[in-house]
Write a protein that binds this ligand. Sequence first.
Ligand code: PAF
Length: 278
Amino acid sequence: METLRTIEEVREWRATGELGFVATMGALHEGHASLVRASAGANARTLVSVFVNPTQFGPNEDLAKYPRTLEADLELCKTAGADAVFTPDNAMMYPEPYRTWVEVEGLTDRLCGASRPGHFRGVTTVVTKFFNIVQPSRAYFGQKDAQQALILKRMTADLNLPVEIVICPIVREPDGLAMSSRNRYLSEDERKRAVGLSKALTEVRKLFESGTRNAGILRGQLITTLDDYVDKLDYAEVVSAEDLQPVNEIEGPTLVAVAAFVGGTRLIDNVILVDRDS
Ligand code: PAF
């Protein structure tokens, strides 16, 4: 496996042929490994980027303390089947004076976008830049960031970017906790309570499967369960999986999405409800 440090090195390395791309911020875990494996299984070569993108963090967020574990990340990439890892620095990605941004309207101002203003502008900008540098045939993202996945699909379609977006399932710990780089911030007690997000979503899914279609009832159940586990709820929403608009009665594919603080750590999780009959 090669380590590429500059944009020029990536351009040289990128020959013709199917190239899979996995964008990450490092602190890699089994969830990322599943993306790399999916890419390696479907493309001649796979490139992973490791870049803690400063423009997607708000002023009071965890940019400075975001975990950086490059040695272990390189090992995970190699084991999962990556052919190269690209590790640019801030000056390379945002040369001064930097003035160009990519923004997707509408989908970005709710859920995570409401509590993290500017976050998705940072994500869409850096992903567009990576697409232009790497020029992948396919790019792999996790369903755990459901809103990010939807926004990146919209952006790729709207801008006619010649890349196929592949969304891979959430990978969970044995007790149900969705894998996240931020899980490593959790103390022992917080780790036990963090399972509340997936527990609450599982209860909602069961309620849905037993016939409940009223979004208010499902949301009420979600919040009641979360209250027993988390320290602060950011949001708990039942929205259309297509446009993120709130729904009253569930008719089409529906996203149930949660963001909550356990101690000082903000965690997210979600489930998509689909009517078997629809
Ligand atoms: O999902 C992430 O880790 C980041 O938002 C991404 C897509 C790597 C962009 O920095």
